[in-house]
Design a protein around this ligand. Structure first.
Ligand code: FES
Length: 68
């Protein structure tokens, strides 16, 4: 399923980045070219948390829960 029309990014693309350990918002945006103001509408960067969620689902070392 496409999650970015401007760049043709699919959920599977984000999941692959997560598998490579790329899960932070800045690195995901850079890797996917979402900071390209000339060729992006800017809609996706507003939903970067969704991208992070997808990537973290596939990350080799998921974040451990915070101990309280
Ligand atoms: S739909 Fe993703 S930048 Fe436009």
């Amino acid at each position: 399923m496409y999650i970015c029309i401007c760049k043709g990014i699919k959920e599977s693309d984000v999941r692959k980045l997560g598998q490579a350990g790329i899960t932070c918002p800045e690195k995901l945006a850079d890797s996917l070219g979402l900071n390209d103001k000339q060729n992006c509408c800017g809609r996706c960067i507003k939903n970067i948390a969704k991208f992070v969620d997808l990537a973290e689902e596939e990350a080799p070392c998921p974040k451990s829960p915070v101990m309280r």
